[in-house]
Write a new protein. Structure first.
Length: 280
């Protein structure tokens, strides 16, 4: 999709809203680039030539999506550009001694891709679309993101089939549930470049928005992992998700030297997330 006809609303936005939006875009761009790297790594030892072609095609699509997001984000920046973080090196599917494929490494990386694409990216796109509506962004931005989300649904099915030969059995429940921890940390730990509100009402509002996002992402994980293809019990998925959330909040404190706004809101007596409040 071309963004040439879309307006540039960045100058009309409050600085806080603009900072939040550009931070959301930057996060998505980075993860799209990481997913492209992951698919290229998975394509190297792919079992068939057709599987390799599918994975490389979709890696290129992730790179195009990153380019679209950069173009959209530039319209919210007064300078017309977005400072972009370089993509971090992705994990690779190692080859075992003797030239064979390390199937455990391949399964872990494949499961990580599906969880990131199906839970993390979905969650971040949904949050960004909400922020765009709150900021009263002109028409065209939400439609572009909706088109990306619709295309990603079909892509996930094709990638799963390419990775597992049409079946889901290569990834046992332990591999899938273990991959949830990375998704949770990617949602909870980033600084996001936003100022934490000091006014209690604003702090509670931001904490509520984040926990709503995490809860929705948890249910996406349940839908993905409790399906007949993987058959992970729903309670196991939710238990792993919120346990990882508690650990990620502690990691946030160690990394940034202060409590996460969700922890601060819970300590102040907010009751909108009793499960998380008990765990914090």
């Amino acid at each position: 999709m071309s963004t040439a006809g879309l307006p540039t609303p960045g100058r009309a936005l409050h600085p806080y809203a603009r900072q939040r939006l550009t931070g959301r875009f930057a996060e998505l761009i980075r993860h799209e680039q990481e997913l492209a790297v992951s698919l290229r790594s998975l394509a190297v030892p792919a079992p068939t030539g057709s599987s390799r072609s599918v994975l490389l095609d979709h890696a290129a699509q992730h790179e195009r999506d990153a380019g679209l997001l950069r173009s959209l984000a530039s319209r919210f920046s007064p300078s017309g550009c977005l400072l972009e973080e370089p993509a971090k090196p992705g994990a690779t599917a190692r080859r075992a001694v003797g030239g064979g494929v390390d199937t455990r490494s391949y399964a872990r990386l494949g499961a990580r891709y599906v969880l990131y694409e199906g839970v993390l990216i979905d969650s971040l796109v949904a949050a960004l679309r909400t922020d765009l509506r709150v900021a009263a962004a002109p028409e065209g931005f939400d439609e572009a993101l909706e088109g990306m989300a619709d295309a990603a649904d079909a892509r996930r099915t094709q990638v799963r089939e390419a990775l597992t030969g049409g079946g889901w059995g290569a990834w046992n429940s332990g591999v899938l549930v273990a991959g949830l921890d990375n998704v949770v940390r990617a949602l909870v730990v980033p600084e996001r470049g936003a100022v934490v509100p000091m006014i209690p009402v604003a702090l509670t509002r931001q904490a509520r928005a984040l926990t709503d996002q995490w809860s929705a992402a948890c249910e996406r994980a349940v839908a993905l992992l409790a399906s007949p293809r993987s058959s992970v019990p729903e309670d196991d998925v939710r238990g792993c998700w919120w346990s990882s959330t508690r650990e990620a909040l502690a990691e946030y404190r160690q990394l940034w030297g202060r409590e996460h706004c969700v922890v601060r809101a819970a300590a102040a007596g907010s009751s909108f997330m009793p499960l998380l409040s008990r765990q914090v």
